[in-house]
Design a protein around this ligand. Structure first.
Ligand code: OAD
Length: 228
C-alpha cells in the first residue's frame, strides 16, 4: 500500500468555524501570542492563558468536521494515510481518521505542570485555576507554546521521509519546525499544497499548488487519487 502523509494547519478547520491564526480575521491579528501562548505568559497570568484556551475549547465542542476532514478519511480505502496536524482540534479524529499525530498538542487535554507525562482528557470546556494533577500541581493546557520544544517533531520527520505522496492543507507554512517537514519527503514524490493563498511556496520539487479552500480542493484531490 502506498503511504500518503497529510500535513494540515488551521485552514482545514476554517470551514468548520474555527479561526485560523494569521488570516485577517485570525487569532494572532486579534491577540498577541506572547500574552497567551508562551511559558512567560503562563508565569505572568495563568488565568488569562486558561481563559484563552477555554474560549477556544468551548468553540471546539460546538463545531463539526467538514468535507475536507471527511475526504481524507476516504483516502484510507486505498492508501496508508498518516496525518500530521499542527491543529489542536480533534476534527480529524471525529471525522474518523485512524492515524493522527498532533505536533502542537491537543485542546481537549490538560497536563501536569510538574510531570509532563501526566496528561488528562477533558470532558468539559473549562480548565480552572485550582484544577490539579494527581501530584497536586496546577493543570495547564496540553499545548506546545512558542519557545517550547516540539516533542513529536522527530516521529513526524521520520513519517514524512517515508511518504509516497505528500499533501499539505491549510497552513501558512511559516511556523517551524512544522513547515520544514515537507523537506523530509523524497524529491521525486508528488506533492500537493491546497490553500487559497498558497502561491508563495518555492523551492519544492514536484509540487502542485491548488489555490482553493480545503472544503473544495481536498475532496477533488481525493477523488483523483482514489481513481488513479
Ligand atoms: P495560519 O493561520 O498561519 O495559516 C492558515 C492558513 O490557512 C493560511 O495559509 C490560509 O490561507 C489558509 N486558509 C484559510 N482558510 C482556508 C480554507 N477554507 N481552506 C484551506 N486553507 C485555508 O495557521 P497555521 O499554518 O496552522 O501554533 O499556523 C501554524 C501554527 O501557528 C499553529 O499550529 C499555531 C500557530 O501559532 C501554536 O499555537 C503552537
Amino acid at each position: 500500500m502506498e503511504r500518503i502523509v497529510v500535513l494540515t494547519g488551521a485552514g482545514i478547520s476554517a470551514e468548520s468555524g474555527l479561526q485560523t491564526f494569521r488570516d485577517s480575521d485570525g487569532l494572532w491579528n486579534k491577540y498577541r501570542f506572547e500574552d497567551l501562548a508562551s511559558p512567560q505568559a503562563w508565569a505572568r497570568d495563568p488565568e488569562l492563558v486558561l481563559d484563552f484556551y477555554n474560549m477556544r475549547r468551548k468553540k471546539l465542542f460546538e463545531v463539526e468536521p467538514n468535507a475536507a476532514h471527511y475526504a481524507i478519511v476516504k483516502l484510507e480505502e486505498k492508501y496508508d494515510v498518516q496525518i500530521i496536524t499542527q491543529n489542536v482540534d480533534d476534527l480529524h479524529e471525529r471525522a474518523g481518521s485512524s492515524r493522527v499525530l498532533h505536533l502542537h498538542g491537543e485542546l481537549k487535554k490538560a497536563r501536569s505542570t510538574v510531570d509532563e507525562t501526566l496528561v488528562y482528557e477533558l470532558d468539559s470546556w473549562e480548565l480552572k485555576m485550582g484544577d490539579k494533577c494527581e501530584k497536586g500541581s496546577q493543570l495547564r493546557p496540553h499545548i506546545v507554546w512558542f519557545g517550547e520544544m516540539v516533542p513529536m517533531i522527530e516521529p513526524a520527520a521520520q513519517i514524512s521521509s517515508t511518504a509516497d505522496i505528500f499533501i499539505v492543507v491549510g497552513t501558512s507554512m511559516v511556523v517551524y519546525p512544522a513547515a520544514g517537514l515537507i523537506g523530509y519527503a523524497g524529491n521525486e514524490i508528488p506533492k500537493y499544497y491546497i490553500d487559497p493563498k498558497a502561491s508563495h511556496v518555492g523551492g519544492i520539487s514536484n509540487l502542485t499548488v491548488i489555490t482553493k479552500k480545503a472544503g473544495e480542493g481536498v475532496p477533488e484531490l481525493v477523488k483523483k487519487l482514489l481513481s488513479d
